[in-house]
Design a protein around this ligand. Sequence first.
Ligand code: S3P
Length: 182
Amino acid sequence: MMDDLGHDPHLILVGLMGAGKSTVGELCARRMGRPFIDTDELVETAAGMTIAELFTVSGEGRFRAMEREALTDACASPRPAVIACGGGAVVHADNRRTLKTGGFVVWLQADPDVLADRVGRGAARAERPLLSGTPAATLERLAQVREGAYAAVANEVVDTSHQSPAEVADAVIAAYEQSGPS
Ligand code: S3P
């Protein structure tokens, strides 16, 4: 599978907070010998502060604008990469267009209670401003609201609820490789 310029496409991971995008993405990047790009990290570097601080200082709207720019930059990278997107990146239609043309998109899914177990407490919760209420309820609501957007961009869906990151990485890479000759 190559893009119009003859490059292998990016491998792009989407899904809710706690689905494993960063952990699995880093594993895939290492195994594939590719750079790993995390849109949340691009935003934090550009803002010079954490996402939690950015939400507090400038609001979610500013974060979303910076996230759009980060996703565009990541997908424009000439070297095939593994890209992990922030969980809400799929909500904006511009981003869905960028994702659909940007590479092979895998939607990492997990049950909301599994997600809440992974990111609903401690530092993982504190660094995610949207989880300041009741994490399980928020994740359940976001799953319903965003389901259509994830489905619209996904070339493949992998359920991560009962698999280790290494097993999920295997499934993701297999799906990518089956998507066409490279
Ligand atoms: C968000 C997910 C977070 C981060 C921000 C908002 C969301 O990324 O972009 O806190 O809207 O779901 P992760 O999915 O990597 O936790």
